[in-house]
Design a protein around this ligand. Structure first.
Ligand SMILES: *Cc1c(COP(=O)(O)O)cnc(C)c1O
Length: 455
């Protein structure tokens, strides 16, 4: 029996498709063996991403009806703004249509040609925004100690930041960004101690500290579980302590906003907010709706309250941990410790007979689909590998990871048990699996469109 119970019951249901084995084989071949190209109507359990895939609550659906679609100064904006101010303490609140609009606008106002942004790890769209501003994105994650799970594996390497700040390129650093939780680094949390350390260094050098707060509630909850001194704090109190240490934030509200679209910028600096607002007007919409419908803002306001509820977050962390344990018991190499939004499996260990340029993580992900209609996301050489300049085999990614992302409040324990069964079946035939070759590919984001061929 699962060690947790969903803290909700189900009021609206959506049937899930059960394509036959033959239909799955045909769908994958027609998609060029790339799961991003497989239509959702051919997927039984979809763990591709936790972004924009949440189930809304009855209160959120009710809030939609109260949406005020006035172009300027809608009541929906006032409700959204009040809740964001209360959660974050930031006075200036700008909605945007999703997270990447927030990072493009804020970072575009902070960074210029030749500047540097330092982060525990820039998420890929964040890096793209830094580079679009003509600046350089420097990642300084804490070093991973093999075999020694770090409860705060999302932390920034403060020693390396101090060195960079006092070094030759120190004067080019224009901001420090803490991604909470650290999405590109296994969804691991950042400790309050680490945020405070970054704050101190930023103060010493007069540069702003921003949070990429897309999973702020999950980060806050993991702090109450893992950081000494916070066991009795509420997630909302911890979240506020995180925001209090920063100058501002942006967030993709497709994650901890608990709705299907949305984002925000929130700041203390009125003058910087005014400059951002001008760009919001030019590219998103009037600053009280920022590319969203009024009803979206109401659903998000309610979602931001629900995502910080202790019962919800306990379930979120415990269900993910339990899912990771079950996959581990089924013989899969699971990265430890598990965070909240996903479980990561090291397919490179399982399929060590497939060389990285034949995409072992893709082979594993595709087999999960063939075996049971389960869709996960490859984070191996297809995503993080680099093309060799001489046209030879790709330069491998550091690890061949596969991510089982968990949409919020969508799948029950029995759905996850099914995924574990499918994964166990795939593991039992791992030695027979074969890799893939890339037949056609695009540029930097090739994983979304590449066409592959089985070896
Ligand atoms: C998803 C995400 C973004 C980008 O947000 P979108 O809403 O997808 O545009 C930025 N940072 C992090 C950490 C994210 O997870």
């Amino acid at each position: 029996m699962p060690s947790f119970m969903e803290p909700f019951r189900i009021k609206a249901v959506e049937p899930i498709p059960f394509p036959t084995e033959e239909e799955r084989r045909d769908a994958l071949a027609a998609a060029g063996y790339n799961l991003f190209r497989v239509p959702a109507r051919r997927i039984t359990i979809d763990l591709l991403t936790d972004s924009g895939t949440a189930a809304m609550s009855a209160a959120q659906w009710a809030a939609l009806m109260a949406g005020d679609e006035s172009y300027a100064g809608a009541r929906s904006f006032e409700r959204f703004e009040a809740i964001v101010r209360e959660l974050t303490g930031f006075s200036e609140v700008l909605p945007v249509h999703q997270g990447r609009a927030g990072e493009r606008i804020l970072l575009g106002n902070v960074l210029g040609l030749g500047d540097i942004s330092v982060s525990n790890t820039h998420f890929d769209s964040t890096r793209a925004s830094v580079e679009a501003a003509g600046a350089e994105a420097v990642d300084l994650p804490v070093p991973a100690y093999e075999g020694m799970p770090n409860p705060f594996g999302g932390d920034l390497d403060l020693g390396a930041l101090a060195e960079l700040l006092t070094g030759r390129s120190g004067r080019r650093i224009r901001c420090v960004v803490l991604t909470v939780t650290n999405n590109a680094n296994g969804g691991q949390p950042v400790s309050l101690l680490n945020i405070a350390g970054a704050r101190k260094l930023c103060d010493q050098h007069g540069i702003p500290l921003f949070l990429d707060a897309s999973r702020f509630a999950e980060n806050a909850y993991l702090i109450t579980e893992r950081e000494a001194g916070y066991a009795d704090s509420t997630p909302r109190e911890v979240a506020r302590a995180m925001f209090d240490l920063a100058d501002g934030c942006w967030a993709s509200l497709k994650k901890d906003g608990m709705a299907n679209i949305g984002g925000l910028i929130a700041l203390r600096d009125r003058e910087l907010a005014d400059r951002c607002a001008e760009q919001v007007i030019a590219t998103e919409g009037f600053p009280t709706y920022g590319g969203l419908a009024g009803r979206d803002l109401d659903a998000l306001a309610q979602g931001l309250l629900e995502v910080t509820e202790p019962d919800y977050l306990r379930y979120r962390a415990e269900s993910t941990r339990w899912f990771g344990e079950q996959l581990s018991l089924a013989g899969l190499p699971v990265l430890q410790p598990t965070g909240c939004h996903a479980v990561y499996v090291d397919a490179g260990l399982l399929l060590d007979h497939i060389p990285p340029h034949e995409l072992p993580a893709t082979a594993f992900a595709n087999e999960l689909y063939l075996a049971g209609g389960v869709r996960v996301c490859e984070l191996g050489t297809l995503v993080f590998g680099k093309r060799a300049p001489d046209g030879g085999p790709d330069i491998p990614a550091p690890r061949e990871l596969v991510r089982f992302a968990l949409p919020r409040r969508v799948y029950t324990a029995s759905h996850l048990e099914y995924v574990v069964d499918v994964a166990e079946e795939v593991r039992s035939k791992a030695a027979q699996l074969r890799g893939y070759r890339i037949e056609r590919q695009g540029g930097a984001l090739r994983q979304f469109t590449a066409m592959l061929r089985p070896v």
